[in-house]
Design a protein. Structure first.
Length: 450
């Protein structure tokens, strides 16, 4: 991917499209702190957050300086606050097989209530896809506050997230004893380096995770605003293995209403090993004077239910979380590992044109893929002699680029999408082949918002 992702100019097609609406589409310079602060004001307004404090703006501007930031401005309005925002940056996306693919993260998509229904969001999103292609990304990705916005651009839910609520009174531990120990982190700053290493290892072992930026790890540990109310309410516990090496940590809060029992809430439980994950869960479940444990952004394949004697102690709510868009099918498909060997021809439809075409996916017994674009003059497996085709059936699927995104990390099976009319097989037995190829040993999961 392009290392200088902030240097290439704003997409000319988007600039012209918004210019026809009388609007100014600008790529903000990283050193223009006033413009970035005004952009942050608009971003917070768009998500109905309180007006940012000066301290928050200072942290936000430092983060935005590491990203590609666009604002849409109405020349008829005074002041530095745009009427629409979007930010993006290159990042690796973990894929099945312990590997990663070059991705383009899109965030902070807002349009002011005064300027909706004019095509601004569509122009910005199509501009971001153009930016991703220019930067050399194989996929684009985002997390969505509303589920109906991004399918029109070729995105699809690719990793769901579960919210778990556990009744502490019924949560009797039935798992094994972890060989290490859990202890409180009393000096979060001293633990910062180890925490970053744990997070990187968790990201690498889990399809659907993306690289973390330093400010996010600081927020997990309460280091971004130590005097703030949220940071002061945060407790951090770590798990060290039998050799004394840190293998996981959890950042949590306990809230209470009056004199009643508390509720444990957490979003950040990072574990580099299964032992660490189980031990930290047990630590949270065995807190005294607590009625409920509430966890967000957990895996849909969470092992917790097999660690408790009563699985009905857990209430689970599942929803979409990571949305993915395939831009370069060959690069994306070759990045991950598969349950091979097998061959599959994918006929992709992409209304925006980035990924449309026919692709031959050939997977070795080791799960390594080679991809050829058939419309570029490569030999089409379907043109084999009739006798050869009888001995080696040609398997294939016809599908939209969004359906491929849903399958890519292993979240949705091709056969399930076919039942919904989103995928069609072009040769007998193709759905079964695709189900096997795209399966993943670990359910995809993204454990953060971005």
């Amino acid at each position: 991917m392009s290392s200088d992702f902030r240097a290439f100019p704003a997409d000319p097609a988007t600039t012209a499209r918004l210019g026809e609406l009388g609007l100014d589409y600008r790529l903000l310079a990283p050193d223009d702190r006033d413009a970035l602060a005004g952009w942050s004001e608009a971003d917070n307004r768009g998500f109905h957050h309180p007006r940012p404090t000066p301290e928050f703006l200072e942290r936000e501007v430092a983060l935005l300086q590491e990203r590609r930031v666009h604002g849409v401005y109405d020349p008829g309005l005074d002041g530095p606050i745009p009427v629409a925002t979007v930010a993006s940056w290159p990042t690796a996306l973990s894929v099945p097989g312990g590997r990663s693919v070059d991705g383009w993260a899109v965030a902070a998509v807002t349009v002011a209530a005064t300027h909706r229904r004019r095509g601004i969001a569509r122009a910005m999103m199509e501009g971001e896809l153009a930016n991703a292609v220019t930067a050399g990304a194989a996929v684009a990705m985002l997390t969505a506050t509303e589920a109906t916005l991004y399918g029109r651009y070729g995105f699809a839910p690719a990793a769901r997230a579960a919210t778990l609520e556990v009744d502490r009174r019924r949560a009797v531990w039935a798992g094994a004893e972890a060989p290490g120990r859990v202890r409180y982190v009393t000096d979060a700053a001293a633990f910062r380096r180890a925490a970053g290493q744990i997070v990187r290892r968790q990201v690498a072992r889990t399809p659907g995770e993306i690289d973390r930026w330093p400010a996010l790890v600081d927020r997990m540990l309460g280091l971004d605003d130590p005097a703030g109310e949220r940071a002061r309410a945060t407790r951090v516990a770590r798990y060290d293995d039998e050799r004394g090496q840190a293998q996981g940590f959890v950042s949590y809060r306990i809230t209470r209403d009056g004199m009643g029992a508390g509720v444990v809430e957490f979003d950040f439980l990072a574990a580099a090993t299964d032992d660490a994950e189980a031990a930290l869960w047990r630590f949270l479940l065995e807190q005294d004077f607590v009625s409920t444990i509430r966890a967000g952004l957990r895996s849909v394949d969470e092992p917790l239910r097999w660690l408790l004697a009563d699985q009905r102690a857990i209430t689970t709510t599942v929803g979409d979380h990571l949305w993915l868009r395939i831009l370069d099918p060959a690069a994306a498909l070759e990045a991950r590992r598969y349950e091979g060997p097998a061959s599959l021809v994918l006929e992709l439809d992409d209304p925006l044109g980035h990924a449309a075409g026919r692709y031959a996916l050939e997977v070795s017994a080791r799960g390594v893929a080679e991809v050829q674009r058939l419309d570029d003059g490569a030999e089409d497996p379907s043109s084999e002699t009739r006798a050869a085709r009888r001995s080696k059936p040609v398997h294939g699927l016809r599908l939209g680029v969004d359906a491929l995104a849903a399958m890519y990390l292993g979240d949705a099976r091709a056969s399930l999408l076919a039942r919904a009319g989103r995928v069609a097989e072009t040769g007998p037995g193709s759905l079964a082949v695709a189900d096997r190829l795209f399966s993943a040993s670990r359910a995809p999961r993204l454990s953060i918002w971005f």
